[in-house]
Unconditional design. Structure first.
Length: 150
């Protein structure tokens, strides 16, 4: 049985561009793991394209642009947005006084609008909107560890 020869084009691309993609990816993402994911995705995309490059410089420019775009996509993705663990958010919500806790819970966890919350609680839409605004401010302070109301 004959051993299969590794794909020489894939080897060339990895040897030539992997370090460039990883370094550029890390400068954007500040995460080795994310940069490795981007590197893999860019190299696969390059292997799957039928594009003929005019020169080595053209190929390198395409890789730099594709890497930058892939990194920007990762940065825009929901999982990369600044976030706090959900359990910490829920704990902070539970520390709020009842009117704020109720408004925030019904709006963000149950998906009700301010109008619907007002109908359910017997208040006005403006009052619910004010509770949501003030509740978010108090919640933000709690999550940042700078709550002055304690």
């Amino acid at each position: 049985m004959r051993k299969r020869q590794p794909d020489t084009e894939a080897q060339r691309l990895v040897q030539t561009y992997a370090d460039l993609i990883l370094r550029l990816g890390y400068t954007y993402l500040k995460s080795t793991h994310d940069a490795e994911d981007v590197c893999q995705n860019v190299l696969i995309k390059l292997l799957q394209t039928d594009r003929a490059f005019e020169s080595a410089e053209h190929e390198r420019a395409w890789i730099v642009r594709a890497t930058a775009n892939a990194c920007k996509d990762v940065l825009r993705s929901a999982r990369r947005r600044t976030s706090v663990a959900l359990s910490a958010v829920l704990e902070a919500v539970m520390e709020l006084s009842q009117p704020f806790r109720e408004a925030l819970y019904l709006h963000y966890y149950e998906g009700y609008t301010a109008r619907e919350i007002a109908d359910m609680t017997g208040g006005t839409e403006d009052a619910v909107a004010a509770r949501l605004s003030r509740g978010r401010k108090k919640l933000r302070a709690l999550l940042e560890g700078a709550d002055d109301d304690r």
